[in-house]
Design a protein. Structure first.
Length: 121
């Protein structure tokens, strides 16, 4: 399917369900703030991946959060989560997430700072 983009040129648009092969959940539970970085295996396997996953691997030569990956690659957030989850499962990227030590609620001050940062965008 071809749609005109903002500049009037046509661009190939792939539906999200095609990118995720119909999946709606990632094989790995990834929070939005999870930092993703390409592994040595991912560096060597960049050329063998589909274009969307190749873009993630190239972008994540430097750490980026799942939310940043979604925004920078103009990709739906859930699609980014699924594709990054596939790459984690394949050992192509690694994530750096904080694991909660208890079932306590997040710190209110942290949530307020995140909200302030989002509103400033």
């Amino acid at each position: 399917m071809t749609d005109p983009d903002r500049n009037g040129a046509s661009a190939l648009r792939v539906r999200p369900y095609l990118l995720t092969r119909g999946r709606t959940k990632s094989v790995v539970d990834l929070p939005l703030e999870a930092q993703v970085r390409t592994t040595d295996a991912g560096d060597g396997g960049v050329g063998h991946q589909p274009p969307e996953q190749r873009a993630i691997l190239e972008l994540c030569a430097q750490p980026h959060s799942v939310a940043e990956i979604s925004a920078l690659l103009d990709m739906h957030l859930q699609v980014a989560r699924i594709l990054v989850g596939d790459l984690v499962n394949d050992g192509m990227v690694t994530t750096n997430t904080a694991t909660p030590q208890s079932n306590e609620r997040p710190d209110l001050r942290l949530l307020e700072r995140v909200l302030d940062g989002l509103q400033s965008l």
